[in-house]
Design a protein around this ligand. Structure first.
Ligand SMILES: Cc1ncc(COP(=O)(O)O)c(C=O)c1O
Length: 384
């Protein structure tokens, strides 16, 4: 492989990825190169990444349990905070058992070695996050994808492969589009075909549902989903992830999941802090209401300014621009105005659907949203 050529091609086609060094804590305002930026690129939806109470819990937990976990969970790395967090997750998400992973990517990959063999067909929404897709690609099973949210298409595929072992996987709230999977219909169809249903609600947890337990809670479907996956790196403000389900399924992951067995356990202090973050989330209805108000303001003002209106009524709002170079141009013009909005390009999203991914968090104000949308309008009209 000619790496230099590959990098040049990426630069020419607007697909080159760059990192920026952030020198402040996370929040609605972050510092880069000594300047403050209004940040619409974060998944810290409830603003917990720099929460004072959680910071104190983290410090106290480090004093009690130290910095590292010392080994993998199956050696000596499974410590009291991990056990407490698993219990807290099971109660919060109303599942029999839960298991902690170092990241959402690890949690999704765990499905490959635990639940999939040569006879398995894994059926996934076309716009699922890369980690769900990779779990199927790295397994021995066959990956088949259905059109985005099209449960009639899903049913056709299930009918075709009904003699095989079936797994259906979907994002809850879609990471790059912000819309929601039609889980009620999907769960009914899965039930009919005896397919195992796995939902990754990384972006719904914390923001949706009365207690913040995500899309399943909002739709009252907790009992209908076989496995729920969520991450701690978004609304929970930390890092790591979990899988929750019935005891037998979770036991299978302990026995077989390569990304659980062959990796160092999460820092104990972090696990302890996440227990407290879940308590905060459960009592953060005011923050969820604030996000809803901001989304309403965003939608109304976008309409008035004749900006792209997505299907999303959630905290993730894409503005589809199309070409990668043009999307980078708008993102960089916003950067010049001290506003951070990531340009999302292929292969993260399909070709010709490059977009600005705007994430609205509880740390924002209506004034922030107004400034963002007016600036985008000015850039698109060529006024700056
Ligand atoms: C739906 C979904 N699942 C999993 C992940 C990966 O989670 P993590 O960042 O914890 O690896 C992401 C990350 O953006 C995601 O959007």
């Amino acid at each position: 492989m000619d790496i230099n050529l590959e990098i040049k091609k990426r630069k020419d086609s607007g697909l080159f990825r760059k990192r920026r060094i952030v020198t402040s804590p996370q929040g609605a305002q972050i510092d880069i190169k000594g300047k403050s930026f209004l940040n619409f690129s974060s998944n810290d939806y409830l603003g917990l990444a720099n929460n004072n109470k959680l910071k104190l819990h983290m410090v106290e937990s480090i004093k009690k349990y130290g910095v590292g976990s010392g080994s993998s969970q199956l050696m000596t790395g499974h410590m009291r905070p991990h056990q407490l967090l698993e219990k807290r997750l099971s109660i919060f998400f109303k599942k029999e058992a839960s298991l902690i992973f170092s990241s959402g990517y690890h949690a999704n990959l765990a499905i490959a070695s635990t639940l999939i063999n040569k006879n398995t067909v894994i059926i996934q929404d076309k716009l699922n996050h890369a980690s769900l897709i990779d779990s199927a690609l790295l397994s021995e099973g066959k990956l088949v994808r259905y059109r985005h949210k099209d449960f009639f298409h899903l049913q056709k595929i299930l009918e075709k492969y009904k003699k095989q072992d079936l797994i259906v996987m979907t994002d809850g709230v879609f990471s790059m589009d912000g819309d929601r999977a039609p889980l009620r219909e999907i769960s009914k169809i899965c039930h009919k075909y005896n397919a195992l249903l796995i939902v990754d609600d990384a972006h719904g947890v914390g923001v949706l549902g009365k207690r913040g337990a995500g899309l399943m809670e909002e739709l009252n479907l907790e009992g209908e989903i076989d496995l729920l996956i969520g991450t701690f790196g978004k609304s929970i403000g930390a890092s790591g992830a979990f899988i929750a389900g019935n005891e037998n399924l979770i036991e299978a992951f302990i026995q077989k999941a390569r990304t659980y067995i062959y990796t160092t356990a999460m820092l104990p202090a972090l696990a302890n802090t996440i227990v407290h973050a879940i308590d905060l989330i459960e009592n953060s209805n005011n923050l969820r209401t604030h996000i809803c108000d901001l989304v309403e303001h965003y939608k109304k003002l976008s309409k008035k300014l004749e900006l792209y209106l997505s299907d999303s009524n959630n905290h993730i709002q894409p503005i589809i621009i199309g070409g990668a170079n043009e999307t980078v141009r708008v993102s960089e013009a916003l950067y010049e105005k001290n506003i951070l909005v990531s340009a999302i390009r292929p292969p993260t999203v399909p070709k010709d659907t490059s977009r600005l991914r705007i994430s609205i968090t509880a740390s924002h104000t209506k004034k922030d949203i107004t400034l963002l949308l007016n600036t985008i309008k000015n850039i698109q009209s060529g006024d700056c």
